[in-house]
Ligand binder design. Structure first.
Ligand code: SAM
Length: 246
């Protein structure tokens, strides 16, 4: 069976090719127009544009969804919706390859997103409308640590993307683990945390401590196969093994 490291690098190559393609030919597609719109709006209306995953990692996420044929996705930490656009475009592509054009949120195909700040609704929805994937997505505003136990415990996912409060990564991981299907994925962003979480680092701030604790938790989790991809600020790719899953 293909190792998770090979898989991640293969998808990264595809994503890099997609970045080039997008620059050359696809810039007028609704998906790319939507990404550009969200990026511009984020720069204009917030002071936190650095939080966006950006084009390279965004296209990696999209290609990863396509490659793994994931059609039930949960995102924790949506901000203005850039990564959500990429994940939902991935699902749209999977469905299109199966001849399904009438995309709809449902039991078998859905993208759920949880975001703390309800004021971002306008931007998130604006992007999804422009990309044409709004019907596939439901955004729930609230604290993921409350929303998941209250509303999501009966849901199943092929892929969960974690990109919210760095102090709470381990809690998100433990909460979503039972919701992920065997052979499904948990992806966690910013796990290099600007190099602040290496062995010798002095973990003086709570975000670095949260990420370092999370990385140890993932490393020692025998129920999974994992690889840390050196893209942007580090992306952990964790695959739940078929056997011994709980
Ligand atoms: C790094 S940003 C997400 C960026 C987004 N994934 C992208 O690349 O387009 C983190 C977001 O997580 C949200 N957040 C923080 N704690 C949260 C929580 N407990 N539940 C849900 N969202 C949370 C923040 O409001 C912020 O918008």
């Amino acid at each position: 069976m293909e190792s998770i490291e090979n898989l991640a690098n293969k998808v990264l190559k595809k994503a890099d090719m997609a970045v080039e393609d997008s620059l050359l030919s696809a810039m007028n597609l609704p998906f790319f127009s939507a990404l550009r719109w969200v990026e511009r709006q984020t720069h204009t209306r917030t002071n936190h544009a650095q939080m966006l995953v950006g084009l390279r990692e965004g296209l990696f996420l999209k290609e990863f969804v396509v490659h793994t044929q994931s059609v039930r996705i949960l995102e924790i930490g949506t901000f203005t919706g850039y990564s959500l656009l990429c994940l939902s475009e991935g699902v749209r592509s999977v469905l299109a390859s199966r001849g399904i054009k009438d995309i709809r949120y449902g039991e078998d195909t859905r993208v759920d997103a949880i975001e703390l700040n309800p004021q971002l609704d306008y931007l998130i929805n604006g992007g999804l409308q422009k990309a044409g994937t709004a019907k596939l997505v439901k955004v729930c505003f609230g604290d993921a640590l409350t929303v998941i136990p209250e509303k999501f415990l009966d849901r199943k996912y092929d892929l969960v993307f974690i990109d919210a409060n760095k102090r709470q990564y381990s809690e998100y991981y433990n909460l979503v683990y039972p919701l992920v299907e065997p052979e499904g994925y948990i992806l966690a962003d910013n796990v290099i945390w600007y190099g602040k979480v290496n062995e010798s680092a002095n973990l003086s701030d709570s975000k670095s401590q949260g990420i370092a604790y999370f990385n140890k938790l993932v490393e020692s989790d025998q129920r999974t196969e994992k690889t840390l991809l050196n893209i942007r600020d580090g992306l952990y790719i964790v695959k739940k093994l078929k056997k011994n899953f709980i």
